[in-house]
Design a binder for this molecule. Sequence first.
Ligand SMILES: Cc1ncc(C[n+]2csc(CCOP(=O)(O)OP(=O)(O)O)c2C)c(N)n1
Ligand SMILES: [Mg+2]
Length: 771
Amino acid sequence: MLKPATTDIEALKLLDERLRWLSAWTIHHANHIRDSDDGLKVGGHQASCASMTAIMAALYFHALGENDRVAVKPHGGPILHAIHYLLGSQSREALENFRGFGGAQSYPSRTKDKIPVDFSTGSVGLGVAITLFASLVQDYLTAHGWLEDKDRGRFVALIGDAELDEGNIYEAIIEGAKHDVRNLWWIIDYNRQSLDATSADRMFERFDEIFRSCGWRVVELRYGQRLQKALGENAWLKSWFEQLSNAELSALHYQGGAAWRKRIEGELGKKAAAFLEAHDDEALAKLLTDLGGHCMGTLVRAFDDADDDVPTLFIAWTIKGFGLPFAGHKDNHAGLMNPTQLAALRDAMGVREGHEWEPLEGVGDNARTGVDALLDRTRVAREKRARAFGSVAITPIPAPADDEQSTQAAFGRILLDLSKAGGDLADRIVTTSPDVTVSTNLGAWVNQRGLFRRTDMPDIFAQSKIVSAQKWSGGNKGQHIELGIAESNLFLMLAAAGLSGDLFGTRLFPIGTLYDPFIARGLDSLNYACYQDARFLLVATPSGITLGPEGGAHQSINPPLIALGQPGLRHYEPAYADELAAMIEEAFRLIDHPAGESTYLRLSTRNIRQVERADDSWREDALAGGYWLREPVPGSEAAIVAMGAVMPEALAAWEELRGDVPGLGLLAVTSPDLLHRGWTAAQAARWQGQRKPSHVEQLLSRLSPTAGLVTLADAAPASLSWLGGVLGQRVAPLGVETFGQTGNLADLYSAYRLDGAAITEAVAEVLLQNG
Ligand SMILES: Cc1ncc(C[n+]2csc(CCOP(=O)(O)OP(=O)(O)O)c2C)c(N)n1
Ligand SMILES: [Mg+2]
């Protein structure tokens, strides 16, 4: 293999220094130099950056190929900005405005940063794991003929060592082992410090074992070349050095050469005399801080050697705050250099005062050519890639015709029909589920389209002629990615597949299914997917106490409230199959539209009689969040407002009460989320002189201003009770506020007040209050 020339190593070292300086300076500028009018601390993580500049220099200016994608640990964000600054793809203005409005973001952000960011990071652990799912998506696209070999790359995660405490990492590598993932480099900045202090010693070798048992190669970069040599020549020093705890090591790194000397003298006495004699304090400190993650030669060699596709974990030993005055100090996580310390660093790095922003300040004339050559050669994308939208024709989705059906069954039917009809859209759908494929009604789709596996997986039961409704064979043309039960993985899978247009230029239509209550298990990953504007369809079913005999552990209550507060995710909750078909069609459109978003469908297993429709006039309103299923008489004093699976109770109550309550209306809410957004957007627009009322205002203004609304949902009542705030109408909210339990529907609806009697009482209550 071609080894890089020595001059490259020297140039890389200079770039490492530039990154250390520019990241420290960017943070310093934001905290100490930029005007602050609100008195808020700006913050930033100089120590976390200094820890990883050598790793990132070696990676970006040497090892990365043009198709490689990187998730940078959140607190290393300023280094990524510095890299793009050196490459000419980040502006000084954005750096001067680091952590300011419109400036470079604190943590790398795909959507908000102007430089190309492959994966957003921030919530530790998630940026690591998404690279694994992105690699799986790459294999999926290749297998399906959408990605040529020359466009394939490697997925790199730059990881803080404390991130290894996040369980989602292990869930991901277990899933990855099942799918034989490859082309992954996970590089740990092993500075043995977290946010609060130094990290525990004992887990270290265990991490190693865990990764190896999941099929990873583990490469430990403990020592730099000089220290390696010194320890090789002095076995006594090596054994002494290696028994130091994380805390002891960090403290010594902080205290410096004299402290090392005293400690070694005290503990090793005569044995160490000659060695100590040969090193003054400065040389001693320099030698003993020569850890693998700071040694360019070690890093370059390790990256060059890992030239196959085996998933590889690099454990690069580093010192948090390397080269800064608080290096190794346990409290340095959010530490900021004061102006005097910064000035000392500036002088030490050969940066002239007033020239701090000059990209190659401090690099001597002789070295410039080498550095420039490396910058020119760097194959990292320098421009933000255009997002790939609008490439797929969304065909109409017909609704299944049965007189009685559940939304969950209708979902399965719609996918089956799509699969049989074929076409571009159907071919681009990729489904995924954490071990609830069959019980969420994806089974028929999987029978048609098969499981995705890079190598063929026969259906042993079918081959053995054992009768089963479910085919379970896999191959590289399969369109269902079966996951183990780990909901966080589901959302990371959806995030990666939902970014396939951005990462690979080919849009997929990812559909993930899970039980509604278990959204909560993967919530941060779901938020993470939305934060990056990944596009997918999430189908959560079954939901609510309508699940009956399954009991309280499976009956979801609050997901509509979660959805109400979740940007980037549109909640739809259909009652009928034709609404569902319209919503799925809309969800596909939103996946492939630049201004779109992801969709969350909350479905149910309850079989309900479908309504007769005179025409399609309900459709547009249903997609906007709600429609009058039974029109009120204008100025009516009351309406029932219901959502989803409890619609039969609402309809029955409406039938029963319409004689006594003239003009009573029945509003079917299909998306509290959309209604609420429309309402607040209309208010904001009014301030700008636009007068158009929102959809919910239009719907509710059909009633009297003093009308009473009885809201009904198999969910937390707050999902709908806010509707009273729109026009100031009175509300009697019905819904589920305590944990569910087993029972039949009649018993449960009665106990939780979702039945006709409860609706009648509530209508009486709001009418009485009016009188
Ligand atoms: C899910 C989550 N929990 C907590 C935090 C707050 N936090 C930010 S960094 C950090 C620890 C950083 O340690 P490490 O990963 O070792 O990074 P280093 O700065 O040492 O490189 C914590 C707890 C977070 N960002 N995300
Ligand atoms: Mg750390």
